[in-house]
Design a protein. Structure first.
Length: 286
């Protein structure tokens, strides 16, 4: 009754507690423990599970008993840990104290700082696929033929090409505004404009353009495309309103060129590049 027999298998470790205080480790093998007052308890844990999880982990670490048997990670508030187990990405660790067994399982831990808000890593695709990635990271994808305008805490940082991106949650307010850089056409239809000789025309036009400066397009107006639409309406009224009906009908191409010239400067201020402006038709209103 005074002796306790403990069998520790090759893949196990025994945690010894006396009076509920950590007292040491028992390695693999057969052990007899003298326990006169029945105050000794041995908790057997498997080292096949890489992590040593215990409510008294801090005391176990401070005892120094894990030296040579387990590695300790103490993550501060601005740190995270990327964990690979047997060559495969496993998880992202939040700030806390951790210990993992060195031996049965190949565990690799990379400690990174969240002071750099953007998470950049050669294995980012594997990291963002992890089950807990969305708990630790804000993840976004910039599609092909798009760019992403990155703001951190409201300040412009850079313009990102297409690809996957991740930002540490809680480190800062990171926002990516996705912008389509492909050429597109805006239809400006049904504009009723009075010519210089007091004839009212219903004019349909189109403007072909693309976003040339994504940062400017995002910051210059709440909607750069809508702003271009309004500028085109004004340019149509200015150019056609200065002509008589016959001059307009004869020189539609010239009208388109003048409107294009009038739009270029304002479009540049909006981060847009004009490719062409065309007058599709102009009918007598009514």
């Amino acid at each position: 009754m005074l002796l306790k027999y403990i069998k520790i298998r090759s893949y196990e470790m025994g945690l010894v507690f006396r009076d509920r205080e950590f007292a040491g480790l028992l390695g693999p093998g057969s052990h007899w423990l003298l326990d006169l007052l029945c105050r000794t308890r041995v908790q057997v844990v498997s080292r096949r599970a890489p992590w040593l999880l215990h409510e008294q982990l801090d005391l176990i670490v401070k005892s120094g008993a894990l030296a040579g048997r387990a590695a300790v990670i103490d993550l501060k508030d601005h740190e995270r840990a990327l964990v690979w187990i047997d060559g495969r990405f496993s998880q992202i660790l939040a700030p806390s104290l951790y210990a993992y067994w060195t031996g049965p399982t190949d565990v690799r831990v990379e400690v990174v700082s969240t002071l750099a808000v953007r998470c950049e890593h050669k294995d980012l695709k594997a990291i963002v696929r992890a089950a807990d990635a969305k708990l630790r990271l804000d993840i976004c994808e910039v599609a092909r033929d798009h760019v992403g305008v990155l703001f951190i805490d409201g300040r412009y940082i850079e313009t990102l090409p297409s690809g996957h991106y991740a930002f540490w949650k809680g480190a800062a307010d990171a926002r990516v505004v996705e912008v389509d850089t492909r050429e597109t056409t805006a239809d400006v239809s049904g504009q009723e404009i009075m010519t210089a000789d007091k004839v009212t025309l219903r004019v349909n036009a189109n403007v072909t353009y693309r976003i040339a400066d994504a940062r400017r397009a995002v910051g210059a107006a709440d909607d750069a495309r809508q702003a271009l639409y309004r500028e085109t309406q004004l340019a149509l009224r200015a150019v056609i309103g200065a002509r008589e009906l016959d001059a307009f009908l004869i020189g539609k191409d010239t009208v388109g060129q003048e409107i294009e010239q009038a739009l270029r400067q304002r479009a540049g201020e909006l981060g847009l590049a004009i490719a062409a402006v065309g007058i599709r038709d102009g009918d007598l209103a009514g």
